[in-house]
Design a protein around this ligand. Structure first.
Ligand code: SF4
Ligand code: MG
Length: 335
């Protein structure tokens, strides 16, 4: 099956006072129709930049400097500004972490949904209103006929995220990119929003690219996982295989950092020793080597290639090299 979205060797750079830095380096992954792919990694690993690069929503100093972003065989990286604007919101929609920053406080939510539809479709006025009400009903907002008249601040955080999802769905996109869609919400509401996204996905066969630091969300939502570290993909796998038998030491470390008790949720991913390197101080060889308990001299000097472990599993680590001279226990077996 041809993927709906195929990111090929994409590199994204930013101009900074210290010169040009790469936030995303040579990233490749794909999403098929109806699939949920999660990009997971610590904060600062380049996962949001990867997502924003797809729709070219980067701030002015950033741009995709090489590679392709094929969406239905159209290379989004090469489109003119007005062409990509037609795709945003219509074919590919985004849902962000903080709905308050995306919703306009001075317009009713009905108005904002209608404005989104209007950008892409020309309908009689009455139909816009009906569509807005229908969308709010679809995302489970109670009393949608009256709620279209309320302003964002009159809703709870969870309700605002439902409105954002309604806006994202307004034009029946083929792909929704959701960047930490539940991170700002409390645990119960998080679960409700994830349930809603899953429902809508099965109803419309929408593909979802989910950006998250939360492996709990990954386990709940994703079919496949792309693990990123310091701007690079380090492992790709089905969600089940990833949790059963991670094939990269970074993935292993992420797994180990999942707290066992709910009260520790905020500590997630903070227990890996050391920090994600800053963009202007990328380590030599394997970028994870300063934090990796298995690092060898080779790791410090030579960047590992991607090893294809079969079944769409990839790991960028010398440990899984089938031709390695020294037998090292695979990262998945070390506890
Ligand atoms: Fe660790 Fe070496 Fe594998 Fe990098 S290549 S993750 S440093 S073992
Ligand atoms: Mg982010």
């Amino acid at each position: 099956e041809t993927p709906l979205l195929q990111v090929e060797k994409m590199t994204t750079v930013f101009q900074t006072r210290k010169g040009t830095v790469e936030a995303v380096n040579d990233i490749s992954f794909s999403i098929t129709k109806g699939e949920t792919v999660a990009i997971v990694g610590e904060s600062g690993s380049g996962k949001s930049v990867s997502a924003l690069s797809i729709l070219r929503l980067l701030e002015n100093t950033g741009k995709v400097s090489s590679g392709k972003v094929l969406f239905n065989n159209l290379n989004l990286a090469e489109l003119k500004d007005e062409e990509i604007r037609k795709i945003r919101g219509k074919d590919i929609a985004m849902v962000f972490q903080d709905p308050m920053s995306c919703l306009d406080p001075v317009y009713t939510i009905g108005n904002q949904i209608i404005e989104t539809i209007k950008i892409h479709e020309d309908l009689p006025t009455k139909e816009y209103v009906e569509r807005a009400i229908e969308l709010l009903r679809l995302v489970g907002l109670p009393d949608p006929e009256n709620r279209i008249h309320v302003y964002p601040h009159q809703l709870s955080g969870g309700q605002r995220q439902r409105v954002m999802i309604a806006i994202a769905l307004a034009c029946r996109p083929a792909l929704i990119i959701a960047d930490e869609p539940t991170t700002a919400l409390d645990v119960t509401v998080q679960a409700q929003i994830m349930e809603l996204l899953k429902d809508l996905q099965s109803k419309f066969d929408t593909s979802i690219l989910l950006v998250t630091h939360d492996l709990g969300v990954v386990a709940e939502m994703a079919d496949r996982v792309v693990v990123v570290y310091a701007g690079q993909v380090v492992e790709q796998s089905s969600v089940r295989e990833l949790f059963e038998n991670p094939q990269h030491p970074y993935t292993e470390a992420l797994m180990r950092s999942i707290p066992r008790i709910e009260t520790d949720r905020d500590q997630r991913l903070q227990t890996i020793k050391g920090n994600v390197p800053s963009l202007d101080e990328i380590p030599s060889g394997c970028r994870f080597h300063p934090r990796c308990q298995f690092a060898t001299d080779k790791c410090r000097i030579e960047e590992p290639p991607f090893y294809n472990l079969g079944d769409n599993r990839l790991s960028k680590c010398w440990l899984v090299d089938p031709d390695a001279e020294i037998e090292i226990s695979s990262p998945g077996t070390i506890k």
